[in-house]
Design a binder for this molecule. Sequence first.
Ligand code: NOJ
Length: 743
Amino acid sequence: MKKIIFLPVISLLFFFSACKSHNTDAGPDKIDSKVDSVLNLMTLDEKIGQMVIYTSDWDVTGPTLKSNYIDDIRKGNCGNIFNAHTTAYVRKLQKIAVEESRLGIPLLFGYDVIHGHKTIFPISLGESASWDLEAIEKSARVSAVEAAASGLNWTFAPMCDISVEPRWGRVSEGAGEDPYLGSKIAAARVHGFQGDNNDLSDSLTILACVKHFAAYGAPIAGRDYNTVDMSKRVFLDAYLPPYKSAIDAGAMSVMTSFNELDGVPATANKYLMTDLLRNQLGFKGFVVTDYTAINELVNHGVAANEAEAGLLAVKAGVDMDMQGEVYFKYLKKQVESGQVDEKLIDEAVRRILKVKFMLGLFDDPYKYCNAEREKRLVYAPEHLQAALDVAKKSMVLLKNANNTLPLEKGEKIAVIGELANSKRDLLGSWKAAGDWDFMKSILDEIKTYNGENNVLYSEGCKMMGDDRSGFAAAIATARKAQKIIMVIGESCDWSGEAASRTNIQVPGVQTELLEKLRALGKPVVVVLMNGRPLDLTREDQTADAILEAWFPGTMGGKAVTQVLFGEYNPSGKLTMTFPRNVGQVPIFYYEKNTGRPIYLPNDKYKSKYIDCPNTPLYPFGYGLSYTTFEYSDITLSSNTLKENGKIEATVTVKNTGSRDGDEVVECYVRDLVGSITRPVKELKGFEKIKLKAGESKPVIFTITPDMLAFHQLDMSYGTEPGDYKLFIGTSSADVKETSFKLE
Ligand code: NOJ
């Protein structure tokens, strides 16, 4: 191939005629042969260029920037760009790649479209609390449409990292602690980004990226980027399922994680990237590193220098170097000296080119660069409507003593807190291209709904710091009102990447002011904005009602208002356990029983704390409604589950209140005796149902043996006969119970 030296123009013509008509002729074999026809034209430098991605200087999402990326595109040394968007800018860069590089191979354009591109949805942890897979898929779909309309063809999402670590700021980007729910949500997000049929050639779908592979959500002590150390069984049973589910759903790219697993950093981990991902899970797309993750192998201490780090990564099966310049600097020499077999490079480039063909970029490199379409689709009214819908569904009512909520229209309300008047914070971390100037704050929306004259505002205090000078004014304001709403929580940059905390209480003096307001004897409602489970013990003791609003996105102000005033009956449920204090962390519902469980009759010698209950403040799956639901006992179609058989478990759920409402019905099992110890509960199904006031509905869960499989003593994956418990209820801690036998 090196012998073929084309003049640029001739090569371009030849090249495009070799690659055209992918859409009409898109079978895998056809694409493979087109990929090979391109590969045959490429020099080693050009191949390595495809294995490189640089950030543009439009957005900063990591520690390094590169000023000469445009020149690298022109020279064929950079085949992919991230953090560049808008049709105008993408077109400009794509034009350089297509018209000025020797072979004219189009660029991929990636971006962290995590919970929206322009129209921002609630943070992913918040969305997961909706337990509404259709709404979550819709959120990803809208995000993809807006991203694609703005020139992008690749998102670095979904994040599929299970986490039981509220100290870790990145729990805000995931779907919480549960492998089953996490898997369903991971698949829904992939379908949303890549479209129902994974038709990447559709110009309104974008490539999904499963991240961060693997086990990034379990850093020791919750400190971002820290070491991960877990048993292989826990990894396979609890952490792997959402990644697997996203890959099974058709995601065509995967990002390596920053952490090590069992002593081997993910970016150098052949077991993860080749044996597991490709050989066992059958992944057919390409692997990109996280930001400078190859370089960081030197800091990890598995490579003496960057050249060695690059060798480890390429041999592990890592196809694309994000921002590190390691492949660019060293791979060519390593191939020429025989340290790296060129076949490895060819394989990596094949995988990357294949995705470019699937996206249809060779047919039309500017297919995402239609300025008219961008104008029409970005912030389209139906997108804002979808964001409002998901934001309402994601909110979790944590407390509602004496039916303090909903508020009545026209009541005199005091609104207190810096967050009540903040627009930027509504968007949360990873706000992508979302802007907040035109948005409305919670305060704005409450005024619009309740009438300007019925709403009094005082900031009271900032989110951070210990300045109490605004307390007196806030108290004076609250005295004039019938009810008090205080919006408290974390600022938007207190969760997300590099935002770990050791203290997970509400920061600053916000809670102190809340306590002073409570002393006025008027009903106090807390609206929370935060990106992680917090220790809300003081707030729970103080407020009459608590609404967890997360960072609810572009339409967050309106969503909070509609929930507070009962225009929408809250239906969200927690997908991460909220501890009583940070000392309980990690705390999650699928714990093991231990040999000395808390229920033993003796007082001392059992697994417990001497200063705190074992139970969390708010358990996984918990969330209240403005109505009430009653569960019947469970009936089983049989008490015996046979191999290849099934059992139907039925409960009847009744809305016993006076308002219509939605309820998430949750189904758990427990394997009582195993070859290894088994969790006390594992989620195996859920259904979100709508019930009118007074209405009853049966909900049926079908239990099959494959749902009970796990990695057994000898690490084989399968089921073990014996006795099981089955639970159905409104949260992991409030269930009806029955039992069955697996034969
Ligand atoms: C680092 C983050 O870990 C990752 O999630 C993100 O996609 C990349 N930076 C690119 O911004």
